[in-house]
Design a protein around this ligand. Structure first.
Ligand code: HEC
Length: 158
């Protein structure tokens, strides 16, 4: 949409000149490095929490008990079959420890990119299964069961 483009560039230009507002993050596919097409996103995920995440790549639900609980049940429905009920690993790797095939997972942005865009083989994109807000909730649950070294928990760092 042309109009949208104009508005976006104006906003960006203003942010640059005035040096205000943090630039929004750019989400990329974990393997291909191409920008993720957010137009595939399921409806209903553009919540205040997701908007906040898009500003700095940090998951505001990490400290939200209710979101973590809801994330757990979403995980049981959509992920546990391959990653195990305690994220201990099954067909897919364990998600609670600090070994990641994709080291970017140590940041919330990196974890989201894998969920939304997928990785190799059976780890397909999840945008058809969960909306972006639900993905953040699942991510918060995964962080809540972390058993790895605190030093490697980059998502906790300011
Ligand atoms: C059909 C099976 C399947 C389902 C369903 C599935 N995954 Fe995966 N997942 C995999 C496989 C296999 C890999 C390894 C892919 C790779 O190495 O590229 C993987 C990789 C991952 C990784 C990267 C792990 C690492 O060590 O870097 C994350 C994170 C992940 N999955 C999270 C999830 C979450 C969260 C869900 C639910 C929303 C989910 N997956 C659903 C099979 C699955």
């Amino acid at each position: 949409m042309k109009f949208k483009h104009i508005v976006t560039s104006t906003v960006l230009a203003t942010a640059f000149i005035g040096n205000i507002a943090q630039a929004d993050i750019t989400l990329r596919h974990a393997i291909q490095g191409t920008e993720l097409d957010m137009s595939f996103a399921k409806k209903g995920g553009d919540t205040p929490a997701f908007k906040e995440f898009m500003k700095d790549g940090r998951n505001p639900y990490n400290t939200d008990k209710e979101a973590i609980e809801h994330g757990e049940s979403l995980y049981m429905t959509g992920c546990s079959g391959c990653h195990g009920h305690e994220a201990e690993g099954k067909l897919g790797p364990g998600l609670a420890d600090d070994y990641w095939t994709y080291p970017a997972i140590a940041t919330d942005k990196g974890l989201f990119e894998i969920l939304f865009g997928g990785a190799n083989g059976m780890m397909g994109p999840q945008y058809g299964n969960f909306n972006t807000d639900e993905m953040l909730q699942i991510m918060a649950w995964i962080r809540s069961i972390y058993t790895g070294k605190p030093k490697k928990a980059k998502w906790l760092k300011k």
